[in-house]
Design a protein around this ligand. Sequence first.
Ligand code: ZN
Length: 304
Amino acid sequence: MEKVEIVEVSPRDGIQNEPKTLSLKDKRELIELAIRAGAKRIEVGSFVNPKRVPQMAGSEELMASLPRHDGVSYIGLTLNRRGFERALAARVHEVTFVVVASETFNQRNQGTGTFESLRVWNEIAAEAAGKMRAGVTIGAAFGCPFEGEVPLSRLLAVVEAAIDADPCEIGLADTIGVAVPRDIRERVGAVKERYPDIPIRLHLHNTRNMGYANAWAGIEAGVASLDSSLGGVGGCPFAPRATGNIATEDLVYMLERSGVETGIDLDAAIDAARWLEEKLEKQVPGQLMKAGPFPPHNEVLAGE
Ligand code: ZN
């Protein structure tokens, strides 16, 4: 059976743009629910300026309060050196360093140019070596809200500048949800062709309803990991009109029924998504939590 790893990003990308800020206790509960559903890699928070992303305040406190489970990795997101140092001190299992493919967006997101961020990434990767896993994710890899199209040559130049530092993976993020399956095939394929040994992680937003088709295109193109968030919550505070990630439970339904193993328990993921919906006090985009899995379970049939 084919396999793909799912990285749960609801505690970070999922809630960072929500008007309702989850308490520390609720964040911990969300992470525990994800683990109970089978998540093995979880983006637990970002180490960014809490003045800019208030929902991500207290990542240190959260990390200190999280139980450690064998085989479960907590990922901290970082945009710069200061964030890396905080993540290191908070004892995350791995860091994901974000650099944005387009100059304008990188300037707005991290206050510096793309290649200056990549220089910082190279330093950080050297420091992380032997201490923790460090990977790099390239934001706006399929299009930029400020510059529009991001040429493939530009993306590949960014990948090239990131790869020497030996990242544990390269993430390609469709931050504003503009990609279509052909873009996924083209860009994942181009990175794979040049660097066949490096695992590729795909980060998708469902802004234009292309998220699941893109996830499938990613599977066919050979990605190792897919990011998703319970209930499909999510959005980037610095990308205008950004909307949710693809929903973990909808993704798991598609993959498992197509013969791709995820290690995630669908019912537990649906329960977790419903819990999150209640906590956020609004309807979340996930569809499976409304429609229910198929085939229906025996309990449901017995009630007919
Ligand atoms: Zn995102």
